[in-house]
Design a protein around this ligand. Structure first.
Ligand SMILES: [Zn+2]
Ligand SMILES: [Zn+2]
Length: 238
């Protein structure tokens, strides 16, 4: 079980099954110190209300709510769909390639597309599921960029648990992270309470890859909160 989970979805995402309260309550019962609610960005027709950002404060006693979003790249110029007026409330911002994009694009092109967005939006903290075969990216290029900019690449439990990605593919990503020395965030990507905080499907692969524990930003609650605070400096608005 993760001490802090940086990636989960609620009913505000079209794909989520539960409320924020239900997700947090389950995470607390499982012993997590914090759960990030990271519903999809508006490009995927999610409906996170403004009150999530500017009014909701730790609604379940005993567990910290980390406010976040899993954003999308929405232009060739590197724009993403995070509503920037809420940047000051955000704890963690994720970015991933999702089904609004065409499939069958080459890895070099997808990588260029993704790196342009990371360059333009330095407040993105974690790149989600880079191992997704529908939107291939060059692992070494991405891992080197991430290492140079303090970004973490995600090791996604849900994709392995639900057999959407092969173990070999995730191991290839982890090997690239190891070569580049870039940081890794192990996340559940839970869409239902049953998956909150899970890391059991990827834990053996991380060990098999020989990833140094200090590269995993959420190896402990303390390291996870330190990552959030370190990255907060990237979210300063002018
Ligand atoms: Zn995603
Ligand atoms: Zn997700």
């Amino acid at each position: 079980m993760l001490p802090v989970d940086f990636h989960s979805h609620t009913l505000f995402s079209k794909c989520g099954l539960h409320t924020i309260i239900e997700m947090l309550t389950e995470a607390k019962a499982r012993g997590l110190a914090a759960l990030a609610i990271t519903d999809h960005g508006p490009k995927l027709e999610s409906c996170t209300p403004s009150t999530f950002w500017d009014r909701l404060l730790d609604p379940v006693v005993g567990i910290r709510l980390l406010k976040g979003m899993e954003c999308n790249v929405i232009s060739d110029e590197g724009d993403i769909d995070f509503p920037q007026k809420f940047l000051k409330y955000a704890d963690i911002i994720l970015l991933g390639l999702h089904p609004h994009l065409p499939r069958g694009i080459s890895a070099p092109k997808n990588t260029e597309f993704l790196l342009r967005a990371l360059e333009k939006n330095p407040f993105v903290d974690i790149v989600t599921h880079p191992e997704d075969e529908a939107y291939p990216v060059e692992f070494d290029t991405l891992a080197e960029y991430a290492a140079g900019h303090g970004i973490a690449l995600e090791c996604n439990n849900s994709k392995i648990l639900n057999k959407r990605v092969s173990s070999e593919r995730l191991l290839a990503l982890l090997d690239a992270c190891k070569r580049a020395g870039c940081r890794i965030a192990v996340n559940s990507d839970a869409h239902a309470i049953g998956e909150v905080g899970l890391d059991e499907s990827v834990r053996p692969l991380i060990e098999h890859a020989g990833i140094a524990p200090e590269l995993v930003v959420n190896r402990t609650a303390e390291s996870a909160f330190a990552f959030v605070e370190e990255r907060r400096g990237k979210k300063v608005t002018v």
